[in-house]
Design a protein around this ligand. Structure first.
Ligand code: CIR
Length: 266
């Protein structure tokens, strides 16, 4: 089945409440720690925005042992056809996969395990109507990407292994799908040529983190601290919902990472 419009049409999502330990989440540069209350407030608004966009949201309990476990996008990947249990590239996040597995087994008929060897994070996977792009990064290696591509092929999905710009956490840190033919991307990723054939909207200099936006049904969720990007998308006719991401931004996160989203046939 081609992903077609379902590349951004979702009626189901899983999120996980932030643990108190979220203040110790992984980060590349120290820009100060987020507060638990601040992250909780951003998470609450995010869940409300998903629900307002027509998504049925399952909220999993916090996991104190895993500071980054609020970012459920990374230990698994989901499609209407089924789920794939991934192997996150950060050793401190490896245990998040067995934690989310029972929920996925209860919600999906088919749940695949990423074949050995290699590592792959969901943050490196972008669904587009033509192909699913898997970005190689410090978290997703070639073997993990190929293992994931083999799982996607079992679901009848075409994938393409691409490069994440040097020093960027995840492929989707630098891009998001805005509609069937349009992506929002940073200048460095747009320049790399991975989005040939797409209309590309480049985020303004200084607003690179805005590239991790999230299209859900009729709306595009964008970080509230990126007014120039919001103005551009607004002018282009997108229905923008701005959401606070300043706290999760301190631990290198944006809007896609806080949920697993899919269209569940009902
Ligand atoms: C990490 O470094 O793993 C977390 N602090 C941030 C994960 C963000 N996930 C994502 O963009 N998919």
């Amino acid at each position: 089945m081609s992903s077609g419009p379902t590349a951004f049409h979702f009626n189901s999502a899983i999120v996980r409440k932030p643990a108190r330990s979220v203040v110790n989440g992984l980060r590349a540069d120290d820009r100060g720690s987020p507060t638990h209350d601040g992250v909780q407030a951003e998470h609450d608004a995010y869940v409300a925005a998903l629900r307002a966009a027509g998504v049925d949201v399952t909220v999993l309990p916090a996991l104190e042992t895993f500071p980054d476990s609020i970012f459920v996008e990374d230990p698994a990947f989901v499609l209407p056809e089924g789920a794939i249990l991934l192997r996150p590239g950060a050793p401190s996040r490896a245990g998040e996969t067995p934690e989310i597995a029972p929920t996925l087994r209860a919600m999906f008929e088919t749940v695949l395990d990423l074949p050995q060897p290699g590592f792959a994070d969901g943050g490196d996977v972008l669904v587009t109507p033509k192909a699913i792009k898997i970005g190689l990064s410090a978290r997703t290696d070639r073997q993990g990407a190929e293992a994931l591509a083999s799982c996607l092929a079992r679901f009848g999905r075409r994938s393409e292994i691409v490069k994440t710009p040097e020093g960027v956490l995840h492929f989707k840190t630098d891009c998001s799908l805005l509609d069937e033919e349009t992506v929002l991307a940073t200048e460095r990723l747009a320049r790399s040529g991975v989005f040939e054939g797409f209309r590309q909207i480049v985020v303004p200099e200084g607003e690179e983190s805005a590239a991790n936006a999230l299209r859900v049904n009729d709306v595009v969720m964008v970080g509230a601290q990126f007014p120039k990007t919001i103005a551009i998308l607004d002018k282009l006719g997108y229905q923008v919902v701005s959401l606070g991401t300043a706290e999760i931004g301190k631990i290198d996160a944006g809007l896609s990472c806080m949920s697993l989203r899919w269209w569940a046939p009902r």
